[in-house]
Ligand binder design. Structure first.
Ligand SMILES: NC(=O)c1ccc[n+]([C@@H]2O[C@H](COP(=O)([O-])OP(=O)(O)OC[C@H]3O[C@@H](n4cnc5c(N)ncnc54)[C@H](O)[C@@H]3O)[C@@H](O)[C@H]2O)c1
Length: 319
């Protein structure tokens, strides 16, 4: 297959295309605008792979997308503005890229006649749940500008399936962690702060719950849905590792030999969702299961940041 992969100069996409190049004969074109969150450094070890190609472009730019996507069999759409805190301060870029950009990609994918359009969405579109777990059929209730824009893009992609027959499949993943995650997200932010002798800022009472999935497991699930997911269907992806942000912080403190004095309590994020939880029976029914335990994955991730200061140091505090 010839894959057209948007946003793969970022965290999950760059891990995903490594997985594809290592585990198939597929050809991969990465299409990425290289915003603050995307860098060619994430692709450096595969730049010379003859099955890899990079095109610099914005998903909102119709003519560039048209020229770039033609000749591809499938689209895997990771490109997005992805950080909740940034969406609270400046939502415009989120609506533009996540909603408008997804619509442009769907339109052009229809013209090109791709066999599959895999839209990468998030568990945040369901909103917060105090008990139980969301099913793929549950209504969406996003509460941040980020999750609202992702819910918009998710529904735009599905509407192209229902209205025009575009062969769309959607994944909704829980929080990912692992190598090459931008150091504004909680695990790399806290890890690099601790490495640098800085404190870690915990929002509110620290009891917000997230479900953590290692990016490698997430990528194997995305790859499976790409190849075997049913058209028009949605698949939740998560590893059932639900912990509070405070528990997560304690793991990070232990793994970096730091103590609680390194915690700074800060005012809560506005509209901070309390708990995310998704039911993953549907993707498990396709034969997927996560392989990396949270303790191993977290220890390995911290090691990666300890050994790759040259990667994250220039990115810390980037506007
Ligand atoms: N990271 C997570 O925990 C998580 C969880 C669930 C879903 N997701 C979704 O997965 C996808 C990837 O997330 P990530 O964490 O790798 O994001 P990221 O912020 O690390 O990477 C986003 C990439 O998209 C590119 N991009 C942004 N705007 C663009 C535009 N207009 N045109 C072309 N490229 C553009 C950036 O340059 C970057 O390479 C996103 O759609 C996100 O919503 C992420």
């Amino acid at each position: 297959m010839r894959l057209f992969v948007t946003g793969a100069a970022g965290f999950i996409g760059s891990n995903f295309i490594r997985y594809v190049l290592d585990n198939s004969d597929d050809q991969v074109t990465v299409y990425d605008a290289l915003t603050y969150a995307g860098t060619r450094t994430n692709l450096i070890e595969i730049e010379n792979n003859p099955r890899f190609n990079f095109i610099h472009g914005d998903i909102c730019d119709r003519s560039t997308v048209e020229a770039a996507m033609s000749g591809h069999d499938v689209v895997v759409h990771f490109a997005a503005e992805s950080h909740v805190d940034r969406s609270i301060v400046s939502p415009d870029a989120f609506i533009r890229t996540n909603c408008d950009g997804t619509n442009v990609l769907c339109d052009i994918a229809r013209e090109v006649g791709v066999e599959r359009f895999l839209h990468i969405s998030t568990d945040e579109v369901y909103g917060s749940i105090s008990e139980g777990s969301f099913l793929e059929t549950d209504p969406l209730s996003p509460r941040s500008p980020y999750s609202a824009s992702k819910a918009g893009s998710d529904l735009i992609a599905l509407s192209h399936h229902a209205t025009h027959g575009l062969p769309v499949v959607v994944t909704r993943s829980s929080n990912n962690y692992g190598p090459r995650q931008f150091p504004e997200k909680i695990i790399p932010l806290f890890t690099t702060n601790l490495i640098d002798g800085l404190n870690v800022p915990i929002y509110g009472d620290g009891k917000n719950i997230r479900d953590w999935c290692h990016v490698f497991d997430s990528c194997t699930a995305i790859d499976l849905v790409l190849r075997e997911g049913k058209l028009g269907e949605i698949y939740n992806i998560g590893a059932s590792n639900e912990i509070t942000n405070l528990e997560l912080t304690h793991h990070l403190l232990n793994l970096t030999n730091c103590d609680e004095s390194r915690i700074s309590w800060v005012e809560d994020r506005p509209g901070h969702d309390r708990r995310y939880s998704i039911n993953t029976e549907k993707i498990r029914g396709l034969g997927w299961e996560p392989k990396i335990s949270f303790s191993d994955g977290l220890a390995e991730t911290i090691r990666w940041y300890q050994e790759n200061r040259l990667w994250w140091e220039p990115l810390k505090g980037m506007p």
